[in-house]
Design a protein. Structure first.
Length: 191
């Protein structure tokens, strides 16, 4: 799916849909659009909040109404359920506030909260705050990264003497990061 095309042609609606599912990539592109004065900062935040909130509410309702049966039918969700249940029982409010930042657990956490019968009104209120924090942080970071990249490219395009060295350094850093990731994955798979 080409998020750039969707963002360019559908703007805030694309942000709502993208935030419903995950959203960070689209919000980073949205931050670039804000930097280019294509989108407005606060409307981007509101759109991301709305999409994230609707997604979280859907998963909460699935957990609340279909309960543990749904989790058991999906082995990967069941494993995540066991891991996340302990945290939710100990720190329910904190888990709701931070669940949008929990990659890999973002769909299962609202389900577990629904299964645990967390009060619905309280969940809605805390989730609104959580969606705002998530959208604000991701878009703000995206704006800063966009600003840095813009400055980097401005300097890069004006200084041809070091261009080849910069490209080689970036490629080298990417290869090192990829190697470290593969090594960590290999070590984890052996355990």
């Amino acid at each position: 799916m080409d998020w750039t095309y969707l963002l360019q042609h559908y703007g805030y609606f694309a942000v709502i849909i993208g935030s419903f599912f995950e959203g960070e990539t689209l919000l980073m592109l949205g931050a670039y659009a804000v930097h280019q004065h294509v989108l407005h900062f606060w409307l981007l935040i509101f759109s991301a909040m709305l999409g994230g909130f609707i997604g979280d509410q859907l998963y909460y309702q699935i957990g609340r109404h279909y309960g543990y049966r749904f989790i058991v039918q999906h082995p990967k969700l069941n494993q995540k359920f066991q891991q996340a249940s302990v945290l939710i029982e100990r720190y329910p409010t904190l888990c709701i506030l931070l669940m949008r930042f929990a990659w890999g657990l973002r769909t299962v956490l609202p389900m577990i909260i629904g299964i645990k019968r967390y009060p619905q009104i309280r969940y809605i209120i805390i989730n609104i705050v959580a969606c705002f924090l998530w959208a604000f942080v991701v878009v703000s970071v995206g704006l800063q990264v966009t600003h840095w990249l813009h400055q980097f490219w401005q300097g890069f395009l004006h200084d041809d003497e070091y261009s080849a060295w910069i490209i080689l350094a970036v490629i080298f850093c990417i290869l090192i990061a990829r190697g470290i990731f593969m090594l960590i994955s290999h070590v984890k798979s052996r355990k």
